[in-house]
Design a protein around this ligand. Structure first.
Ligand SMILES: NC(=O)c1ccc[n+]([C@@H]2O[C@H](COP(=O)([O-])OP(=O)(O)OC[C@H]3O[C@@H](n4cnc5c(N)ncnc54)[C@H](O)[C@@H]3O)[C@@H](O)[C@H]2O)c1
Ligand SMILES: Nc1ncnc2c1ncn2[C@@H]1O[C@H](COP(=O)(O)OP(=O)(O)OP(=O)(O)O)[C@@H](O)[C@H]1O
Length: 556
C-alpha cells in the first residue's frame, strides 16, 4: 500500500522528512494539508521580532521537540499521499523562507533607522549638556539669575562699535576680542599675572591689498539667473588692534637644539619685547635649571590649562609638525595664532626658519600677517554600552585626522559609514582615515588620498587598504557630519586614534561621530597660505620632481 510504503520511508529517514516538513514556527496561511501539519508540529506563537527573525531555519527546527514532530509527521503521512504532499511542503518551505527573509530585512531596516535616530538625538543632547556644563563650571559660584549674563561674557565677543564696522559691513567673522577673565573664585596667581589679552582683527586680503578691506563672494539670483560675483583673494590677514603681550612656547621634547633655542628666544622676547612667556610645566623646570634668570609662567592643573586661551596672544612652536599637533591639542576651544618654527625633518605646518627667529617674530608681533585657518575635526565616541547616558565621552579635536583601524586584530575592519542621514559605504579593509585638509598631506596621503590646500573647506574620506578594487578616496563638503559605526556583526573590535595618539577601542555597537569643529587653528604664514602650501609639498615631498627633458632628441 502506498501509505504503508510512505510510513516505512518516514521511519527510515525521519530527519530529512522533518527538515522539509518544518519551515519554522510562523503559521502563515498555506495549503490546507500543510497548515494542519504545521499546527500539529508546532504550537509556538507567531514571532515577527528581530531576534526571532535572526534565527536560522535550522535553529527554529530545533525548537520543536523531535518526538512531537515525528509523531505529527507519522499522523500526517498516514493521511496524505506522500509524494504530492512532499512537493507541496517543499514549495511551502521555500515560501516560508522567502517570507522569513523579507521579515528579517524589514526588521533590520527598522532597527537601523531607530538606532540612527536615537544616536542623533543623543548627540544633540550630549552637545547641549556639555555646553551647559561648561558654562556652569566656568561661572563658579554665580547665581542662576546671573548665569545667562555670565555665559555671554565667557564667549568670544566683538565690541559693539566694531560689529557694524567689520562683521556688519565686511560680513566676515573677522576680529574677535577675548574678554578679560570672568570673575570667579580664586584666580591662580601664575595666570593672573598676565594682563589684558591683545585684540586683533582678521580680514580677507584683496588682490594683494593689505589694507584690511575685502570683498564678499556672493551669489546673485537676479531674474532667476544665478551668477557669482568677482572673487576676492581669500588670503586672511591678521592685524593686531592692541600690542600682543603673552607668548606660549610649545617645544619638542628630548631635543638639545630645541632646548637651547627656546632659552635664547625666551630671553630675547623678555628683554627686547617685554613679553610675558608661558611654557609647559616640564619646560619651566628645564628652563629654571638652565638659567635662573628666566621668569616664565606655567600652569599646574587642568583648570588653568583650560583658561590658557584667555591669556595667550600667540603660540610659538619649536619642533616639527608633531609639535604643532601637540600645541593644537592643548586647546579644546579657541586657539591663539600659532607661529611654527621648523625644527623637524618635514615641516608642512612649520614655515618659519628658526635661524631667523628675531626678524620673524618682529614681523608677527607688529603685524599684519597672513594666516591659514586650519579646520579641526571634532570627534565623539558614542559607546553602545552608554546609550542611556546623556553625557558620554569628551569630544576630541584633531588637526590632522582621526583613523579607525583594525589595531592588533588580524580580521578586516568592518565599518558602516554614514554622511548626515545618507549611507556612504561599508569599509572592509585595514581601516578608514577621516582627515582635515591640513591632514591631507599626512597619513591620508600615504593611504592614497589627494593633497588638498588647507583652506579648501572639506573632509577627506580615505580608506586604508580596502579589500575592494573600486574603493576610491572621497572629499566631502565641510558641513557634513560623518558617523562611523562598528556593526554588531563585526568580527572584531576597531581602534580609533586621534592625530596618531590616544587610541580608543571601538566595540561592536560603538560609533564615532565627526564634524568640523567651530575652533580652527590659525597658523601664521611665512609668505601666504598658497605659497607656503606649495613650498611644503615641493620641499617636503619633492612633489613632481623630474629631470627636465633636453632639446637633444626626437622632434616633430
Ligand atoms: N603611514 C603614514 O604616513 C602615517 C602613519 C601613522 C601616522 N602618520 C601621521 O603622523 C601624524 C602624527 O605626527 P607625529 O609627528 O605626532 O608623529 P611622528 O613623529 O610619527 O611623525 C609622523 C610624520 O608625519 C608628518 N606629518 C604630521 N602631520 C603632517 C601634515 N599635516 N602634513 C604632512 N606631514 C605631516 C610629520 O612631519 C612626521 O614626519 C598623524 O596625524 C598621521 O597623519 C602617518
Ligand atoms: N610639547 C610636547 N610634549 C609632548 N610631546 C610632544 C611635544 N611636542 C611634540 N611632541 C611629540 O613629539 C613627537 C615628535 O615631534 P615632531 O614631529 O615635532 O618632531 P620631529 O619628529 O623631529 O619632526 P618631524 O615630524 O618633522 O620629523 C610627536 O609625536 C609629538 O606629538
Amino acid at each position: 500500500m502506498a501509505t504503508d510504503a510512505a510510513h516505512q520511508e518516514a521511519v527510515q529517514q525521519p530527519d530529512s522528512r522533518l527538515r522539509s516538513l518544518n519551515p519554522g514556527p510562523i503559521p502563515i496561511p498555506a495549503a490546507p494539508s500543510s497548515r494542519s501539519l504545521l499546527e500539529k508540529v508546532s504550537d509556538q506563537p507567531v514571532n515577527l521580532d528581530l531576534t526571532a527573525s535572526h534565527q536560522s531555519e535550522n535553529d527554529s527546527i530545533s525548537t520543536v521537540s523531535s518526538v512531537e514532530s515525528e509523531k505529527a509527521a507519522y499522523e500526517f503521512l498516514a493521511q496524505t499521499p506522500i509524494k504530492s504532499t512532499d512537493k507541496h511542503l517543499v514549495e511551502f518551505s521555500e515560501a516560508m523562507r522567502t517570507v522569513a527573509k523579507a521579515l528579517r530585512q524589514v526588521a533590520e531596516g527598522k532597527a537601523a533607522a531607530q538606532a540612527e535616530a536615537a544616536e542623533w538625538k543623543r548627540k544633540y543632547e550630549l552637545e547641549t549638556a556639555q555646553k551647559q556644563q561648561t558654562r556652569i563650571k566656568d561661572c563658579g559660584t554665580c547665581t542662576d539669575d546671573n548665569l545667562g549674563k555670565m555665559a555671554s561674557q565667557l564667549s568670544l565677543e566683538a565690541p559693539a562699535s566694531d560689529q557694524t564696522g567689520c562683521c556688519g559691513n565686511h560680513g566676515i567673522c573677522s576680529h574677535e576680542v577675548l574678554q578679560d577673565e570672568v570673575p570667579g573664585p580664586n584666580p591662580r596667581p601664575s595666570l593672573s599675572m598676565v594682563g589684558r589679552k591683545a585684540s586683533f582683527r582678521l580680514s580677507w586680503g584683496c588682490n594683494g591689498n593689505k589694507n584690511g578691506q575685502h570683498k564678499h563672494d556672493f551669489v546673485s539670483f537676479e531674474k532667476g539667473d544665478i551668477t557669482t560675483a568677482e572673487r576676492s583673494s581669500k588670503q586672511i590677514l591678521l592685524k593686531w588692534e592692541s600690542r600682543p603681550q603673552t607668548v606660549l612656547f610649545i617645544t619638542k621634547p628630548n631635543s638639545n637644539s630645541v632646548r637651547v633655542l627656546c632659552a635664547e628666544m625666551v630671553r630675547w622676547l623678555k628683554e627686547h619685547k617685554n613679553i610675558n612667556v608661558f611654557v609647559e610645566p616640564w619646560v619651566s623646570k628645564e628652563l629654571l635649571t638652565d638659567d635662573s634668570n628666566h621668569t616664565v609662567q606655567t600652569w599646574d592643573n587642568d583648570d588653568d590649562k583650560k583658561m590658557l586661551h584667555k591669556k595667550v596672544d600667540l603660540i610659538v612652536t619649536l619642533g616639527g609638525d608633531g609639535t604643532v599637533l601637540w600645541a593644537a591639542s592643548l586647546f579644546k576651544g579657541p586657539v591663539p595664532p600659532v607661529v611654527a618654527f621648523a625644527m623637524g625633518s618635514l615641516g608642512f605646518m612649520t614655515p618659519f626658519p628658526s635661524e631667523q627667529y628675531r626678524g620673524c617674530l618682529d614681523n608677527v608681533l607688529k603685524g599684519p600677517f597672513s594666516i591659514t585657518l586650519r579646520n579641526r575635526l571634532q570627534c565623539h565616541v558614542i559607546r553602545d554600552a552608554a546609550k542611556d547616558e546623556i553625557v558620554t565621552e569628551e569630544p576630541i579635536l584633531v588637526l590632522n585626522e582621526v583613523t579607525i583601524d583594525r589595531g592588533i586584530s588580524s580580521y578586516l575592519t568592518y565599518l558602516e559609514c554614514y554622511c548626515d542621514s545618507s549611507f556612504v559605504t561599508c569599509v572592509q579593509g585595514d581601516g578608514l582615515i577621516i582627515s582635515t585638509t591640513s591632514g591631507s598631506t599626512a597619513y591620508s596621503l600615504a593611504a592614497g588620498g589627494s593633497m588638498v590646500h588647507p583652506q579648501v573647506p572639506g573632509i577627506l574620506f580615505t580608506p586604508i587598504c580596502p579589500h575592494s578594487l573600486s574603493f576610491r578616496p572621497l572629499i566631502l563638503p565641510e558641513y557634513v557630519t560623518l558617523r562611523i559605526q562598528v556593526p554588531y556583526n563585526s568580527r572584531g573590535h576597531a581602534w580609533a586614534s586621534f592625530d596618531g595618539k590616544d587610541r580608543k577601542q571601538l566595540a561592536p555597537g560603538d560609533a564615532l561621530i565627526c564634524s568640523i569643529s567651530p575652533w580652527p587653528v590659525p597658523t601664521a604664514c611665512l609668505v601666504d597660505s598658497t605659497t607656503d602650501f606649495l613650498r611644503s609639498i615641493h620641499e617636503g615631498l619633492h612633489w613632481n620632481l623630474r629631470k627636465t627633458q633636453t632639446l637633444d632628441g626626437p622632434r616633430d
